[in-house]
Design a protein around this ligand. Structure first.
Ligand SMILES: CC(C)(COP(=O)(O)OP(=O)(O)OC[C@H]1O[C@@H](n2cnc3c(N)ncnc32)[C@H](O)[C@@H]1OP(=O)(O)O)[C@@H](O)C(=O)NCCC(=O)NCCS
Length: 167
């Protein structure tokens, strides 16, 4: 069954926030106010909000920041699926990489993950993400995108590598 992405619309807000605030998910991801989701759905600050659909049903969501403006690649801020460990998260992130890495000028996609979130790290590694060390001189630039916290790891995948792997 196909896993696809479509832009999130305001009518999806209840679905998104119910998933995000579910006790099962709260420990893994940040918590946003409704307005932050609605702003991302509207594309404010270069953000993108996607609903993950599996077999035609809403299965989760993905939020991305387009950080090309500060030369730091496209940032996957959040990915969450309700029904876990059935391949949906990996397929959804692969679908996002297909569209993100096809954009002109995009060199890489990156994200941050708690060091104890081994399931998410497994998904990213299987797709080809590798752990990223940021040079101290570049740290301030990356912090502007999303301040790192203790225990958070950064991972990246090169766009050209993904494109050649995807073919
Ligand atoms: C992270 C998340 C999006 C992944 O989606 P998913 O549909 O559950 O993951 P998939 O089923 O596509 O893939 C899971 C993979 O991790 C592997 N895995 C699961 N638990 C693991 C563990 N403890 N150690 C190593 N690998 C593990 C599975 O074997 C599977 O790989 P396989 O398909 O090759 O067997 C989803 O689990 C989720 O929403 N988690 C809560 C929110 C979250 O953590 N978001 C990411 C924040 S950075």
């Amino acid at each position: 069954m196909a896993t696809t992405l479509r832009p999130t619309i305001p009518r999806d807000l209840g679905f998104v926030t119910a998933l995000e605030r579910d006790p099962e998910n709260r420990e893994f991801i940040g918590q946003w106010a409704d307005d932050e989701h609605l702003d991302a759905m509207a594309g404010k600050a270069g953000r993108e909000h996607w609903v993950i659909e599996h077999a035609g049903e809403r299965a989760g969501y993905l939020i991305a920041y387009d950080t090309r403006g500060i030369d730091a690649g496209i940032y996957v801020k959040r990915i969450l699926v309700g029904d876990k460990e059935r391949g949906t998260g990996k397929a959804a992130l692969a679908a996002f990489l297909d569209l993100a890495c096809a954009r002109p000028g995009v060199d890489f996609v990156w994200l941050q993950v708690w060091n104890w979130n081994v399931r998410a790290q497994a998904v990213y590694t299987k797709l080809g993400f590798t752990f990223l060390d940021v040079a101290p001189d570049d740290e301030a630039r990356w912090q502007r995108v999303d301040p790192s916290r203790e225990g958070v790891l950064r991972m990246r995948i090169g766009a050209s590598g993904w494109r050649s792997r995807a073919r």
